[in-house]
Unconditional design. Sequence first.
Length: 109
Amino acid sequence: MAIDWIILIIAGCFETGFAFCLGKAKEFAGLAHWLWLAGFVLCLCMSMLLLSKAVQTIPIGTAYPVWTGIGAVGTVVVGILFLDDPVSFWRIFFIMTLILSVIGLKVVS
């Protein structure tokens, strides 16, 4: 069962990857735009495939919120680090509450 949690975490990282690729695709035109969109599709497919594998043993009511939480937190962090998204106390505060909620779901599962 521990391997399924690792698979779920990797699936969440691919969710961050597809959001990042989508964010980068809007910055480009031509071939570069299409390459970023190809990365988006690849990450999307991997994320869904791994999520479907993880939910074979992890309840969907736990796996899906954890997956989206990892993706949401990862997307905010990647946005701040690489896409010039704004940083504020409140954004960090609410990301931390999201992280605590995801940990809470894991603890009570």
